[in-house]
Every structure is written in C-alpha cells, then in structure tokens.
Design a protein around this ligand. Structure first.
Ligand code: GDP
Length: 441
C-alpha cells in the first residue's frame, strides 16, 4: 500500500541530546494516538508536550510532538514528528512502540519518495534533499539548496512546456495538411525546436563542473617517492590522515581525503609510487596510481623545489590537466616554473588551494551559481536523449518532411524531460533515485 503508515528515526542513531522520529501515512494520527498521551491533531504545526508510551503499556519518555495534517506536510500525507531524548534506547523504543501501534518500518528514502508521489517535490528536488544532507562544503550545500528551491526544475518545466506547445502546433499541421495558413509554418516550428535544443545544450554544458561540485573534484597528488606528497596531503587536509614516511615508495595504497578549498569540495588522493619499481606490491600500487591519474580532475604534480623538472614529469604536465607544485620550498628556491610550497613553513598552501579552486570550478565561480546546472549523470543522460530526439525531429521537418515522424521525436524529447522530473510515474526511476537514500529521509 502506498499510503500505509510508516515510522522511522530521522536523526542518526547513537548518543545525542535529542532524536526525531517521523510518522507518516493515511492513518498516522490513529497510530500516534496509541503512543502519545492526550494526542490531538487540532493544533497543526505547533509543538505540544506529552508523554510517549508503549501502546497500552509503560512510559518511554516525555517529549514534544508536532502534527502536520496532509497535504501541508513534507510527504503530503498526515505526518507527526516526535522529538524525544537521544541515545540508543529511548528512540529505538519509541520507534518500536509506533510499529506496535500499526506503523510499518520505513524503507530508505520512503518519506521523500512519498513527497514526490504526492507532488510535493519533483525528482530533481528530491535528489537535492540527498545532496544537501551529504554536502561537506559550503558551495556544495548552496547549490543543493538552489536545486531544492526549484531552480533547475523550473528551467526543465519551461523546456517541457515549450516542447508540448510545439507538438501541438505540429499536430495541427498533421491534422490539416491542406491548410496553407496553418498557425505556424514548418520553418517556424523548426525555429522553436532549435531554440529549445540550444537551451538544452547550454544546460548540458554545465554538467561537468556541476557534477564535480556535487561529488567533489578529484585531485591526485603525483610525483617521485619522497618528494613530499604525503606531507602535502596532510597539510592540505589539515589532519594527519596519511602515513608520512622517509623510506622511498613505502606509501603503497592510495589514500583519499575529503575537504574543501575556499568552500569548494575536493577529494584529495595520495597515490603510491607512480614510478617504476621492481617490487611486486609497488607494481600494484602503480596500476592504481595510473587509474587515479586518468580519473583525476586535476593532477598536483609534485617536484622538489631544488631539482629540475624531469622529462617523465614534464610528460604528465603536458598530457593532463595539472598544476606543477614545487615542494620543500623552505630548503631550496624553486628553479623557475611551478608553485612553490612548504609544509614546514606553510608557505604557498593558500595560493595552491586558491589555484586549484579557480582551475576546477572556474565556470561555477564565474556563473556565481545563478544559473541552474546539471548535477548528476542521470540529468545529463536524460537531456542528451532529449537533444538527440530534437535533432531527429528537425531532420524530419524539411521541405519533403515527415511531420508525423517529427511529432514522434518531439514526444521522445518531452518524455526524456518528464522522466527527469518524475512527472510520469516511472517506478524504476524512483527505485534508482531512492536506492541510495537512508531510512528516515
Ligand atoms: P612522499 O613519498 O612523496 O609521500 O614524501 P613524504 O611526504 O613522505 O616526505 C618525504 C620527506 O620529506 C619527509 O621526511 C618529510 O618530512 C619531508 N618533507 C616533506 N615536505 C617538506 C617540506 O615542505 N619541507 C621540508 N623541509 N621537508 C619536507
């Protein structure tokens, strides 16, 4: 059943001052009345103090509950939020009491899924809920909030509207082919399609940096053993996560750390010895390093400040998007090129962070986040499908055109946008989107 009552802990389990439990569904108030002493739904969106107890049994806690009658709730259904003391026992007992009273444990993402099904959020906004919760950097959170407020959704809805209108004009042409004065000529219809295709193309162009913003840009530290990669890794992360060692090539695994540079999210990877080594284990390390290098959004190629840049190192700077970092600048003056840094004095670290942010998030910075952007592969794939369908539609609109086929392609483009927004109820799409959510969301 879609609207049966569900209940789950909405805050993380473990020791905390407070915990919040959510209950939603058609009979949510009946369930609540069995657990909350003196329960009333007559005061919506007001916190009320009450005792919570096992149905017909002992008291669990005293806390606050807030009633949100549907459709004016997160899920669009009758919803109750109970806030109790935190810790391991109390919230678990409260959730069990709600289950004993007739609610079913919620599946991961089920509250947000219901919000989508009840038209409170579209799919793109639902994804933004997850992104906001997972954000570790301020700019990431800001972008998620914009998406949640509907920036991207509005843009997609406008495109869908424009396509539906064009479809209507085209079907007029199909239904009354002999009328010379159709409402709009095929050339004008083609013009409209090209306009929408251009707007879609501009959205697709945002996907690189916007996906990077959601996932964090992958920065790979590369360079010869002992050049100071692990030390730089630690200094940039601001914690002692990586093993710092003086023995050449002993950092065998690639270590990742997450942080932000000036508010922009980065994933920092310290690769094992990239350079040839007779040791078998190091070979494995080299394999991993190469995979990381090809996946990197930016390579931080580390070369000792006191040494010339070698030809192998030069190759990397030429082949990949990279910044040449001259390490240990406290020991020697950097020979010419590159950005000198020292983890001992801290010199150059701020400049390096700024240079990285400006390189990998250049277009996000210049757009100042005002323009909606595609933050997921799912968005990019759907819009590419829409764009291809529009290209096909245009091809059918020539002088010896086939308007029926053109209309078919227009419909394909519209459905790609609809699937993206979740306008059509596609269970499979919902499963994919909500598969990664946590319980209580
Ligand atoms: P990796 O093999 O490239 O990861 O290099 P490490 O980070 O393990 O550093 C190798 C050695 O260089 C260690 O003894 C570090 O303490 C030292 N080192 C790293 N960065 C600096 C620096 O900026 N200045 C100085 N003086 N020594 C450094």
């Amino acid at each position: 059943m879609l609207s049966d009552p569900i209940a789950a802990l909405a805050t993380p389990p473990g020791r905390s001052a407070l915990a919040v439990v959510r209950l939603s569904g058609q009979r949510a108030f009946e369930v609540a009345a069995k657990v909350i002493e003196g329960f009333t739904s007559r005061h919506p969106r007001v916190a009320l103090l009450a005792s919570f107890h096992v149905p017909g049994g002992s008291t669990i806690d005293r806390g606050l509950y807030t009633v949100f009658p549907g459709p004016h709730s997160y899920t669009g259904e009758d919803l109750v939020e109970l806030s109790c003391h935190g810790g391991l026992l109390v919230p678990t007992r409260l959730v069990s009491a709600l289950h004993a009273a007739g609610a079913r444990p919620a599946a991961p993402g089920e509250f947000t899924r219901r919000a989508v099904l009840n038209g409170k959020l579209d799919l793109v906004q639902a994804e933004a809920v997850g992104d906001l919760i997972d954000a570790i950097a301020p700019n990431q959170a800001r972008a998620a909030l914009r998406q949640l407020e509907g920036g991207l959704s509005r843009r997609l809805a406008e495109l869908r509207e424009a396509l539906i209108e064009t479809e209507a004009l085209l079907s007029y042409d199909i239904d009354f082919p002999d009328e010379d004065d159709g409402p709009v000529s095929p050339a004008q219809i083609a013009g409209r399609i090209m306009d929408v295709a251009g707007r879609i193309e501009r959205l697709i162009a945002t996907s690189g940096s916007a996906e990077r913003l959601r996932e964090g840009a992958l920065l790979v530290l590369a360079g010869r053993p002992n050049v100071g990669k692990s030390s730089l890794f630690n200094a940039l992360l601001g914690s002692d996560r990586a093993l710092v060692t003086e023995v050449p090539g002993t950092t065998r695994d690639t270590i990742e750390g997450h942080t932000d540079f000036l508010g922009w999210p980065v994933r920092l990877a310290d690769t094992a010895g990239l350079w040839d080594s007779p040791d078998q284990i190091d070979r494995l390390g080299i394999e991993v390093s190469r995979r990381y290098l090809s996946a990197a959004d930016l390579v931080l190629l580390c070369v000792d400040a006191g040494r010339e840049v070698g030809s192998d190192e030069r190759t990397i700077t030429q082949e990949r998007s990279s910044i040449l970092v001259r390490t240990k600048s406290d020991l020697a003056l950097a020979a010419g090129e590159g950005l000198p840094v020292s983890v001992v004095t801290g010199a150059g670290l701020g400049e390096l962070r700024r240079a990285v942010a400006e390189r990998v998030f250049a277009d996000r910075i210049s757009l100042a986040d005002l323009e909606p952007a595609l933050t997921r592969e799912r968005h990019r794939i759907a819009l590419s499908r829409a764009r291809d369908a529009l290209t096909d539609a245009l091809a059918c609109l020539g002088p010896v055109g086939e308007p029926v086929l053109a209309a078919h392609h227009l419909r394909q483009a519209t459905s790609a946008l609809e699937e993206l927004l979740g306008v059509v109820d596609v269970e499979e799409v919902l499963d994919r989107v909500f598969g990664s959510f946590c319980v209580g969301k």
